[in-house]
Design a protein around this ligand. Structure first.
Ligand code: ZN
Length: 208
């Protein structure tokens, strides 16, 4: 696919109750938002590079929403019409730095920490999307849009009341339970039926 070049990547934290609980967090009353930098985006097949600054990098399999038209103070109907398509996202996270830093820019923002793809698929129903996370072929995560605390149109309404969403922007809609560590040599996959499999090898920064 043409590499996605979003003007911004808006992520939603704790959008599945089972994942909020597994990390000991309360279920949020409103969407919890944070950013990943566009410089973190890599395509399927490219390597996730483990930074020396972290000793605990984890996968987060997520449903990605790609924006198709400018959304500002969108209604739920406008939000649905503003979706260009869906893709798989791996919200790679340095869990140790997320805890120590308070702000998440470093934990979520290293180069290669946003695998996206393999393609963007139009015409899927946001109500029935499913996402699966695997490490070395073993299933670790499985969730679907019926389990989200805030559904996709609700998220776009909420976000577009804060910031204008531009065509090509990417929304990572949160991860279901089952996050876990990645080590060099692993292959991590995020699959969405109807979209395909986003597959990325993991390597340390020092290795060639
Ligand atoms: Zn996430």
């Amino acid at each position: 696919m043409t590499p996605l070049r979003p003007s911004k990547i808006v992520c939603v934290g704790r959008n599945y109750a089972d994942h909020a609980r597994e990390l000991g967090n309360a279920v949020p009353e409103r969407p919890l938002l944070f950013f990943k930098p566009p410089s973190a985006v890599i395509a399927s097949g490219e390597a996730i590079v483990l930074p020396p600054a972290s000793s605990r990098v984890e996968h987060e399999a997520e449903i990605g929403v790609v924006i198709g038209r400018r959304l500002r103070h969108a209604t739920a109907v406008e939000a649905e019409l503003g979706i260009a398509g869906f893709t798989c996202v791996n919200d790679v996270t340095a869990r140790d730095l997320q805890k120590t830093d308070g702000q998440w820019a470093r934990a979520k923002g290293f180069d290669t920490f946003c695998p996206v793809g393999p393609v963007v698929v139009e015409g899927l129903d946001w109500r029935t999307l499913e996402v699966i996370g695997r490490v070395n072929g073993e299933e670790r995560q499985r969730g679907n849009t019926t389990q989200m605390l805030f559904d996709i149109p609700h998220l776009l309404v909420y976000i577009s009341a804060i910031m204008t969403l531009e065509p090509g922007d990417l929304i990572a809609t949160g991860t279901p339970a089952g996050v876990g560590p990645l080590t060099a040599g692993d292959v991590v996959e995020v699959e969405m039926p109807g979209v395909g499999i986003l597959s990325n090898p993991v390597r340390s920064q020092a290795s060639p």
